[in-house]
Ligand binder design. Sequence first.
Ligand SMILES: C[S@@+](CC[C@H](N)C(=O)[O-])C[C@H]1O[C@@H](n2cnc3c(N)ncnc32)[C@H](O)[C@@H]1O
Length: 264
Amino acid sequence: MSGCAFKNYGDETFKLQIASHGKDVMWVPTKIEMTHEMFVMAKIRPEDLLYDLGSGDGVIPIEAAKKYGVRAVGIEYNPDLVALANRNAERANVKNLVTFMQGDIFKEDFSNATVLTLYLGDSLNMKLKPQILKMKPGTRVLSNTFQMETWIPDDQIKISSGEMAYLWIVPAQIDGNWQFSGIPNIDNASLKILQKKQYFEGAIYEKNRHKISLENGKIYGDLIEFEFNDQSVKYVFKGQVSGTEIVGILNNESNKQVIGRRLP
Ligand SMILES: C[S@@+](CC[C@H](N)C(=O)[O-])C[C@H]1O[C@@H](n2cnc3c(N)ncnc32)[C@H](O)[C@@H]1O
């Protein structure tokens, strides 16, 4: 009889092969090199809380804890993989930082994450997307290989084997109407914003009449930026969104403060 052709990715207690188990998608591990490249792209900080959805043998949470000392949680459907990941965490001496829980990623709460990692598939990413877009602005979402259709990545990397990973920064939700004070030459300015994920179009209205179109509208977490031209002067607004308020300045001049309030 010939020897076993399959490599055991598990341990003595649980034998694991590539493309086995899984619920909505089978188990395939993220390469260690990829975990490190993804963490650099997301600029992981020790105060982060990482969640890996479908955590398999635990490689992503364990590497994050080992390398950056971050707290990390893995949600995994298969209880044998949860137990293996816990043993792997113990062997890596990061049991104090890492938790693996048995559960379904479509039922468990991961809204506390500041970094979310995915290695799932195009359709599963799409299914998670509405929930991800409601996460805290600035949450960094990393996906090994698979994208999010119309949500353009904020960054991407390719590792030596040619595999890609993508980063999205959850944008603040600013779609709608805003009252703005501090816009030069316009007493009663309102802004209509049409948001497309981390980009937006819009216009400044004066007493409900269209006055100036916004250009290059971009949202990076809770930071927003747009430009407009008025009377041959170019203005660049940079500000921060905090709930129903946007506060910022024009052309980096601290005396040109602009404040926006969301209109009902
Ligand atoms: C491609 S593997 C990725 C494993 C790990 N995140 C990594 O990158 O190495 C996908 C994992 O998702 C798990 N999984 C599939 N559907 C799931 C679900 N609905 N809830 C939780 N885990 C699930 C599978 O058991 C498998 O371990």
